[in-house]
Ligand binder design. Sequence first.
Ligand code: CTP
Length: 385
Amino acid sequence: MPVYLVGGPVRDVLLGAPTTDLDFVLEGDAPQLASELARELGWHLVVHDRFGTATVSHEDCHIDLVTARQEVYSAPGALPEVSPGTIHDDLARRDFSINTLALPLFQSVPQPIDEHHGIDELGKGLIRTLHPLSFADDPTRMLRAVRYEQRFGFALEIESKAHLRHALASGYMDAVSGDRLRHELERILAEQHPGPALARAIDLGVLKAIHPALIDQTPILSLDSRSSGDNHSSSMLYLAALAYPLSSQDAEGVIQRFNLPGHWAKVVQDTGELRQLVPQFSSATLPNSEICQLLEGRSEEAIAAVSQIGRPGVVSQRLDLYLTELCQVNPILDGDSMLAMGVTEGPLVGRILGKLRTAKLDRLVESEEDERQLVRRILAGREDV
Ligand code: CTP
C-alpha cells in the first residue's frame, strides 16, 4: 500500500524544527490500517469515517492516517465534499505550499514530492496559498496563515495576502461555525508564543471579521513585552489579553461567536470585569480583605493577565499578592473548634469563620490564641459578626 509521510512533519524536518505529530497519507483504506496499527501498538484509536481519516495516539504522541482524497467546496466556509483521490489530489487540496511536501515511504530511498514549490518557499520564508479561492473555500486558513507566518518568522506572500483581503472583504468568515474558529484559535493560543500571531491577526483584520470588537492589539503587545523569554506562554493569559478591552456586551458576543466552553468564557468575562475594577485597585489604601472580596471566585488566569497587562505598579502588586498569598489565607480555627468553644451549630459558624479570615487577612489576628480571643469577644457580644 503506498504510504506517504506528508505535510507538517516533512516541513518541520526540512526546517530543522521539532515535530511531535506524524501525518501519513495512504492511497488505500486509512481507517483500516489505523485500526491494525492501534491493535498492534495497544494505542488509542479514533476514526472519522466521513473523511476517511483516523488517529492513533498514546499520551502526547499522535499519528494521523488519511485516505488520499480530493475536496470540493460547495460554498465559502462550508465543509468540503470529500471523495477518494490520489496523493497528487491530496496535496493539491492543502492550505499552503509549505504544507504540500510528501515523502513516499515505500521507496527504498524516498525522494520528497514537491509539486507546489514547497521547498523553494520554505527557503524563501513564504506562506503561499495554492490557488486564489483557498481562503474563500476555507476561511479558517486565514488564522492558520498568521500562525505559521509568526511561528516560523515567515511572510504571507503578496498575492496570497491580496486573496486574504478579498476573502475578508467578501464576508466569507461569517459562514464559518464557532467550533471551527475556536479550534484554530486554540491552536494559535497553544503556540509557544501566541502574541505575534494574535497581533498579526488583528492587524490584518482577521479577528475583526470574526467579531467586530476584536481590534485592539495593545494588551497583547504589553503581555508580550512582560513575558519571559523562551518559557511556554499560557494560552489563557493570551485569551484574557484579547478580552481585556471588551465591554461586557462584546465579551458575550465573542463567547457566543467562538462558542467558548465554560472555563474559557469565564476567563473572558472576568478579564473585562476586572479591568473595570482597576480604579478601585488603584486607591491609596485597600485592606487585604477588600482585595479578596473583589477577587474571590474570579479566574486566576484573568487576574494574572490583568496584573501583567497594566503598567507595573500598585494594581499589579495587589493582584499578585492575592494570587501568591492572600487566596491561601485561612484561619487556624475550624468549624469543630467553633462548636467546642460554644458557638451554636448553624450559619453563625460560617459567619464567624468569615470574620476570622477577614481579621487574619488584615493582620488583626495572627496566632491561634488571637483567634480564640476574637471568638470569645463575639460570643460575649463585644464584637459584631
Ligand atoms: N489543512 C488544510 N486546511 C485546513 C487544515 C489543514 O489544508 N483548514 C492541511 C494542511 O496542509 C496540513 C494538514 O491538513 O498540513 C494537516 O493539518 P494540521 O494537523 O492542522 O497541520 P500540521 O501541519 O500537522 O500541524 P502544525 O502545522 O500545527 O504543525
